[in-house]
Write a protein that binds this ligand. Sequence first.
Ligand SMILES: Cc1cc2nc3c(=O)[nH]c(=O)nc-3n(C[C@H](O)[C@H](O)[C@H](O)COP(=O)(O)O)c2cc1C
Length: 455
Amino acid sequence: MAKQIHLNGFVQNSPSPHSTGLWKHKKDEGIKHNQISYWTETAKVLERGMFDAVFIADVLGTYSVYGGNHESAVRHAVQLPAHDPLLPISAMAAVTEHIGFAPTISATYAQPYSLARQLSTLDHLTEGRIAWNVVTSYLESEAINLGLSGRLPKELRYDRADEFLEVVYKLWEHSWEEDAVVYNREKDIFANPEKVHAIDHEGEFFRVPGVHLTEPSPQRTPVLFQAGASPRGRDFAAKHAEAVFTKGHSLEALKSYTKDLRNRTIQQGRKGEDIRIFPMVLPIIGSTEAEAYAKYEDLKNHVSYEGTAALLSGHTGIDFSVYNPDQYLEDMETEAVQGNLDMYTKDPNKKWTLREAVQNHGLGNGTVKFIGTPEQIADKLETWAIEGDADGFNIAQSYSLETFREFVDHVVPELQKRGIYRTEYKGKTLRENLFETGNPHLPDNHPARKRKSLI
Ligand SMILES: Cc1cc2nc3c(=O)[nH]c(=O)nc-3n(C[C@H](O)[C@H](O)[C@H](O)COP(=O)(O)O)c2cc1C
């Protein structure tokens, strides 16, 4: 069978979060993100397109690196308002049967004990369709509003995240035995206390002595998504993640990323194919190539320059308000999102000025744009999947939700015609659909399964 492509829809609970300024486009419905019907429609459209999951990005702060304040972010809706990513999920699950949900929650600011309960509850309610996008967060404004004096250094954030996962693995995988719940009405026993274990976790960052608050959910551990780009971030993904997101604008960059990440995964004692790699793509679809390019011009005209400069400043940690727009961006290490800076400073094909980077970043958060007819876009997806060793794509939007509708109506049938995309969901849970293994649980070579000896 030809290699099968997987798809996620990239969203955030904010108006046009990944194409800054597009909220004002006549086709954009992003300002309705505060209504349940917006989310139920998103889930239904993506399930019609047989996507694996709705991937819900999130930040817990404002983009206030630019000019040292939040004014540009407020003026141009730069991922602000930023509503909660978890709360629409039950509503979306109620109107769908198969599609999964991958909310982003920060391992830097959440507590493992309560996060484990939230995601187990959702895994129950969705009958096994939950993932967790594990991030370590990059905005200074998040740290400050969550009680810290400043953002923790990246190394420390990843150390904390590592221990965070150790705690939730103990709760999800080892606290409740599979047959702990007995529902014995005659003997008046709901669950057998001998089969529910306290995890007694004591570490550098967390002390969690108790038992998990929920009985085992269909997947136990939700599917683990990650998107770290720095060397430490990649090692973290290689150790823990089942799916990773990446962003870039060339096939060459993707090839080097997938090779590197699969090698790192093998070094962690896992198999290269244990990790699903999803580059992000913004599709711009026309019935002819000329129409698609005309559409691209129209979309670019809706991008907000100042808003995108503020977004890029938050993503890279650099205050671009003091830069000359025609200045070239310099390569450096950042405590914010390394991948967002590398896109413009490590491009072998081009030196980027700030103006060019901002113009590019304004659509699909700077990721690659596939522009053309449905056939041309399917060609590109196929090439990137095969030559770039990607397992699928994270589809971003210019105007929402119409970008998803156009993709589902025109590109998905083309992928199906080529035999490289599902025509029905085979599994029941998200993990089964992603890996086609028939197993709703993590494989035994994953660190979460090996931690039994720890409790
Ligand atoms: C496609 C993509 C999506 C991301 N989504 C989020 C997000 O929603 N929230 C967040 O805090 N970080 C997000 N990140 C950032 C990373 O997960 C990570 O925490 C950050 O990049 C810092 O680590 P790094 O320098 O190792 O990449 C995303 C990164 C990529 C590439």
